[in-house]
Design a protein around this ligand. Structure first.
Ligand code: GLU
Length: 425
């Protein structure tokens, strides 16, 4: 274990900086010969807090809710990151994801730091009115710590544009003035961008298409399996299907479906609307989420929760490319196994950054009060994604290393450069 100048423990040895990416950071630490000060500045979040707030539920009883927010680093700009509603949140996991947000914004070179937060709740157990009250209660609890130039929330797991609209409204009520740039992923009528809804998926597809070219793989015949059918997974399936790829398997928390001839995605989407899940889709074989991850396909797209690919199943993965649309879906052990199997893992900080890239466009348009048409948004998204892919790929070629490692290197270097310019190093 290392000690810094103040004789505090420097957390890298215990992997506390980001439990999800400790192995990479450790390698980068020695590859880039980072000093102890450089390491120390990234070792812990700048601010991490827990709030508790009361909500009067439908039964008339008051229930206390717990919320978190972590602002990991803001050297490159205001902290930025999603808010999730989920029953299994921990402050540590929020901190790991906030660190990944810092790297993500740095990798795609947008002027934001990284944050993440959420409320410990199963949103499926709340009615619409309770969901609104929980959202408003959470924002009242954190309002003093967020802001258009401080920390800007966005959608994440189980939060959507309606929730962003309530966030906007609650914040503006507190501040008693309009402030559209306080939150991104808002409805269009409140200053949001239409493309934000599907930009995480589309950004990932732009990257995937570059990788397919690189690997000499052809669109026709590329079979794709997608885990997760929330905003990101569903839009990825829809857009890939529209572009002519064969999506052979999809799943949600209730299980998955497989059709080797390719699923008719628009019909799967309507089926999910009426039956609340993808399972039971006629003509397709039912499979588990675990089977989906190891099914015979060319591209695997994890779009659900973290740590889905681990040492127990990575060896059985048959895909040649993994596009990480979820945050941290692959553990470090699995990453190593996949690298040895010559599977190209396109890491989350690159693959799913299309969401925050369009959030950046939304934020800057809100501030300038100057709105682009959708075509321009998509073209700018494409340019940003491809240029980030090329930066990352160049290092992979030079150093013959994993894509995750080269992306992290770019991110860490850019954050430390900003810290140095500020005089913090
Ligand atoms: N949930 C998104 C992510 O993880 C939010 C990013 C944003 O738009 O701020 O990238």
């Amino acid at each position: 274990m290392k000690m810094n100048r103040n004789h505090e423990r420097v957390h890298i040895d215990e992997g506390n900086m980001c439990r999800l990416c400790a192995a990479e950071i450790k390698e980068i630490y020695s590859d880039l010969s980072l000093s102890e000060e450089e390491l120390d500045i990234l070792a812990m979040p700048r601010r991490a807090f827990i709030v508790r707030f009361p909500v009067k539920t439908g039964t008339g009883k008051t229930r206390m809710f717990v919320g978190y927010r972590v602002q990991y680093n803001d050297a490159r700009g205001p902290a930025k990151g999603g808010i999730r509603f989920h029953p299994d949140l921990t402050l540590e996991h929020m901190s790991d994801l906030a660190f990944l947000m810092c790297l993500k914004c740095a990798v795609v070179n947008i002027p934001f730091g990284g944050a993440k937060g959420g409320v410990l709740v199963n949103p499926k157990e709340l009615d619409r009115n309770e969901l609104e009250l929980v959202t408003r209660g959470y924002i009242r609890a954190i309002a003093d710590f967020i802001g258009a130039f401080r920390d800007i929330p966005a959608p994440d797991v189980y939060t959507d544009e309606q929730i962003m609209a309530w966030i906007l409204d609650e914040y503006e009520r507190i501040k008693r003035e309009h402030c559209p740039a306080i939150v991104t992923g808002k409805p269009v009528a409140l200053g949001g961008l239409k493309a934000r809804k599907y930009s995480t998926a589309l950004g990932g597809i732009y990257i995937l298409e570059e990788a397919l070219k690189e690997r000499g793989m052809d669109k026709t015949g590329t079979r794709i399996a997608i885990q997760g059918f929330g905003h990101v997974g569903k839009n990825a399936a829809r857009l890939l299907h529209e572009k002519g790829y064969k999506v052979i398997a999809v799943s949600d928390s209730g299980g998955g479906i497989l059709d080797r001839e390719g699923l008719d995605i628009p019909s799967v989407i309507s089926h999910k609307k009426t039956s609340r899940g993808v399972t039971g889709f006629s003509g397709a074989q039912g499979i588990s989420n675990e089977q989906l991850l190891t099914c015979d396909c060319d591209v695997l797209v994890p779009s659900a929760l973290s740590s889905q690919l681990h040492s127990g199943n990575a060896d059985d993965v048959k895909a040649k490319i993994i596009l990480e649309l979820a945050n941290a879906p692959t553990t470090a052990e699995a990453d190593e196994i996949l690298f040895k199997k010559n599977v190209l893992v396109i890491p989350d900080v690159l693959a799913n950054s299309g969401g925050v890239v369009v959030s950046y466009f939304e934020w800057s348009q809100n501030l300038n009060n100057d709105y682009w048409d959708e075509e321009k948004v998509l073209e700018k998204l494409r340019q940003t994604m491809i240029s980030a892919y090329r930066d990352v790929h160049a290092i992979c070629l030079q150093e013959q290393c994993r894509m995750r490692k080269s992306a992290y290197k770019i991110g860490v270097k850019r954050i430390l450069h900003a810290e140095r310019l500020r005089g913090n190093l």
